[in-house]
Design a protein around this ligand. Structure first.
Ligand SMILES: Cc1ncc(COP(=O)(O)O)c(C=O)c1O
Length: 435
């Protein structure tokens, strides 16, 4: 394949059906600085609709209407309303998913509930949570803590060893669908089937999937591959803003059982109660997924999150997540081809799988020196990616606003940074608190 020119990339942008969606984001300052934003897998950019909506919440709903807005502005049902929108992006049904807390907290609720479900029906030998050694640290920390509280243990494997590690002692398989370091994507349906065949439940972290790749939590027409629990982030591909609330989904078969048997999740707060404003002394879980809400929702942040989710839903008339996925693969294929050609022999290795079926929406590179200084030099040259210790240079390709020319320009600047050796300058050796 001959290497695409910048003009060829501009031609791809000219016929890109998703191109108009870039206008939904305020990238003006980044554009004025000549920056290419390849970090939407860590923090999505500001949607243009967000400031006006947040101002409305502050001035009209809070400032003018005060506490009445819990009813008149529908604040109290925002976790469900936005949850229904996110459900459309992850293959879940309306009423099955709520926005609440952080991903870490939701993971605790999901894992603890899954452990309770298993402990209620399985032999005492089934007490292991299987996960991936390179899973995101919060997932491993939360799993270890929650398991320790309940007499369970955590077994960590490399991605290749997962299937053989799942067996009679496995209570839960807990995985992040797209690995934050490598960009490797699990086959959700296949892993779920293996886990279920072994009698285990599956908990998925969709932090790097929701809004970026099609997800079929309910099995997508094949109930046998429906997952059990899922959590995910609001501030990455959902563009909800820094620290945006997260989400949690539980398969209706489990919430139906929880309803029937009156079970709570471990963080049984008042807004997950069946009648919070009865102010009863005893806890009665709310129906279905409602019980997974704990305390008062952060309304200003929820308003911003809704604007972010709407930027992804805006792709529905253009083919939705299938179109997003097609463009994501085209962008990452282009990046890989250009890096192969222009980064060759400069100490770079591609970490992300080349196979479409196992690639998320990011590309990770490794460099023989570690790579932190290269990321910093790239940022100074206006290519915003990030560094994941000890050796990953990470570039996210969010199809709603990333153009093919951005990919070309990013690799052009990467080649310059490597060829000139400017990344060796002392100023790029400094490490900030957040990399
Ligand atoms: C896979 C994964 N899970 C969870 C988180 C973060 O969770 P929290 O929002 O609780 O900080 C991240 C953050 O990057 C992540 O990559």
């Amino acid at each position: 394949m001959s290497l695409p020119t910048r003009d060829a990339c501009a031609a791809l942008d000219a016929v890109d059906p998703l191109a108009p969606l870039r206008a939904a984001f305020d990238l003006d300052a980044a554009d004025a600085r000549g920056e290419i934003y390849l970090d939407g897998n860590s923090l999505g950019p500001l949607p243009r609709a967000t400031p006006a909506r947040v101002r409305q919440v502050l001035h009209d709903e809070w400032g003018r209407d005060l506490i009445g807005s819990w009813n008149t502005a529908g604040w109290i049902t925002l976790p469900q309303r936005i949850g229904d929108k996110i459900a459309r992006l992850v293959g879940a049904g309306a009423g099955e998913l709520v926005v609440a807390d952080s991903t870490s907290v939701n993971l605790y609720k999901a894992l603890a509930t899954a452990m309770t479900l298993v402990a209620a029906g399985a032999p005492p030998a089934r007490r292991t949570i299987v996960s991936e050694r390179t899973n995101f640290p919060t997932d491993l920390y939360i799993a270890t803590a929650a398991a320790g509280e309940r007499g369970f243990s955590v077994r960590l494997e490399d991605a290749g060893g997962l299937a053989s590690a799942i067996g009679e002692d496995t209570a839960i398989v807990m995985l992040t669908h797209v690995n934050y370091r490598t960009g490797h994507m699990h086959d959700m349906a296949a892993v779920t089937r293996v886990a279920h065949a072994a009698g285990a439940l599956v908990v998925w972290d969709l932090a790097h999937s929701a809004g970026a790749v099609p997800v079929a939590l309910a099995g997508g027409g094949d109930p046998a591959s429906a997952a059990d629990f899922a959590v995910g982030c609001g501030y990455k591909y959902l563009n909800g803003g820094p620290g945006a609330p997260a989400f949690i989904w539980v398969h209706p078969r489990h919430t139906a059982r929880m309803d029937a048997e009156g079970w709570r999740q471990p963080l049984a707060g008042w807004l997950g109660h069946a009648s919070p404003f009865a102010f009863a002394t005893d806890y009665q879980p709310g129906p279905g997924i409602t019980r997974f809400i704990c305390g008062t929702p952060p309304i200003v942040s929820l308003a911003a999150l809704e604007c972010g989710v709407d930027t992804v839903l805006a792709a529905e008339p253009f083919g939705g997540l299938d179109a997003i996925r097609r463009k994501s693969l085209a962008l990452t294929d282009l990046f890989l081809a250009l890096v192969d050609a222009r980064g060759a022999g400069r100490g770079l290795a591609v970490v992300t799988p080349r196979d479409h079926a196992t690639r998320g929406s990011q590309v990770s590179l490794a460099h023989e020196t570690g790579g932190h200084a290269i990321v910093r030099a790239l940022v100074a040259r206006g290519v915003i990616g990030d560094f994941r210790a000890p050796d990953i240079l990470r570039f996210g390709f969010a199809p709603l606003y990333t153009r093919f020319v951005d990919v070309w320009d990013a690799v052009d600047r990467l080649a310059h940074v490597l060829d000139s050796g400017e990344w060796r300058e002392a100023r790029f050796a400094v490490r900030d608190a957040v990399t």
